[in-house]
Design a protein around this ligand. Structure first.
Ligand code: ADP
Ligand code: MG
Length: 353
């Protein structure tokens, strides 16, 4: 490359900016390509239904630290991350393929442990593992999975369908995976300083479990269908509530108002964040990521049908002004909603995880 050629650092664009730029280079031309880059999964016309297709990669040193991540859990999480993207399209997952980059640090037994986790996840979600690829890696473990699933043509839900006045809903609770990671990192530091100290994790079992072994909400897809509710827009919370909500708003060309006191946070996670890490629990929930809950919007007319669901929380509403992204705080102040999300392309000097 000549020194005169333009060079743009990936960190200047960030992950989302880079994907937008790549998207502009690729035009889809086939009539059966219903939706390409830009949602949780691609949508392909398969005749009498839609095929959903997604890929998600986990890289050692970026997404996980093997010093505190059991391989079985990691295998399970890799399948979960992919299945979650199919659920986020309101679809049902069916098959995964697995590509592995393995360093020579790994034994056969270690790879088997990884596969035991993937097998358990496949059983849990009712999907079959049907292939993949294996090669050597000089930069640690790489787990690259792809999943397919299907949805009825009237059932598929994109990020782009939210309408003003729609109610913003989220399942489960948020921030747990982030606090679990903070606990694990803290215990690792303690252990490194003094290997005789055994990590005390029982007290943090819920948060640590959320980080190491998250669950994709395929159950919610079925329950919404049974209740006769089709979300207007949906995404899974992988980057963080704020960032993922912004994806819905951007694609739907809408704004949003979110109520801080409605954001679901587990009590143990709340206390650990506030007391031990001096972190604002709401900030953890808004920006933590990796909870793999479903974030969706519904037509207000559907509220009655799910208002008593124990695991669906109503946290805000969609507005017509795309500029408006507001958090209504517990003190009833209106503040701009910020999305930090996870940016793996930060300059090396400030790299996060
Ligand atoms: P998610 O968090 O749901 O997995 P991502 O933020 O990873 O979604 O991806 C957003 C969209 O960009 C998806 O439609 C995905 O298929 C697409 N995408 C991501 N990386 C690439 C890439 N390198 N080339 C083409 N499309 C990509
Ligand atoms: Mg997703």
């Amino acid at each position: 490359m000549s020194t005169k050629e333009k060079r743009t650092e990936i960190s200047q664009l960030g992950e989302f900016g880079l994907i937008e730029r790549l998207k502009s280079l690729i035009a889809t031309v086939r009539p059966d390509t219903v939706a390409g880059i830009g949602d949780d999964a691609a949508v392909i016309d398969a005749g009498n239904h839609y095929l959903l297709w997604t890929a998600d990669m986990l890289v050692e040193g970026i997404h996980f630290d093997l010093s505190f991540t059991p391989l079985q859990h990691l295998g399970h999480k890799a399948v979960t991350a992919n299945v979650s993207d199919i659920a986020a399209m309101n679809g049902v997952p069916s098959h995964v393929v697995v590509s592995l980059g393995l360093s020579n640090r790994f034994s056969v037994e270690a790879v088997e442990a990884l596969y035991e986790g993937m097998r358990a996840a496949c059983e849990q979600y009712g999907v079959d593992l049907v292939g993949g690829d294996t090669c050597a890696s000089r930069s640690g473990l790489i787990l690259s999975l792809s999943a397919i699933g299907k949805a009825g043509k009237d059932d598929v839900v994109k990020r782009s369908g939210a309408k003003p006045k729609d109610i913003v809903c989220v399942t489960g609770d948020l921030g747990g995976a982030y606090i679990g990671l903070q606990v694990l990192l803290r215990e690792k530091e303690v252990y490194m300083a003094n290997p005789d100290m055994q990590p005390v994790l029982e007290k943090y079992a819920y948060a640590v479990g959320r980080q190491l072994r998250p669950v994709a909400r395929t159950d919610i897809v079925h329950e919404l269908r049974e209740a006769g509710v089709r979300p207007t827009a949906m995404i899974d919370v992988s980057d963080g509530l704020a960032s993922d909500l912004f994806h819905i708003c951007a694609r739907s060309k809408t704004g949003v108002r979110l109520f801080e006191d409605k954001i679901p946070i587990d009590a143990q996670v709340y206390n650990t964040a506030a007391m031990e890490f001096k972190l604002d629990p709401a900030t953890c929930a808004l920006n933590g990521g990796e909870d793999y809950e479903l974030l969706f919007t519904i037509n207000p007319a559907d509220f009655e049908k799910i208002k008593n669901h124990p695991d669906i929380h109503f946290i805000g509403y969609i507005t017509d002004n795309p500029e408006e992204r507001i958090l209504v705080t517990k003190q009833n102040n209106l503040v701009p909603l910020q999305a930090q999300g996870w940016n793996h392309f930060r300059p090396a000097s400030e790299s996060g995880r």
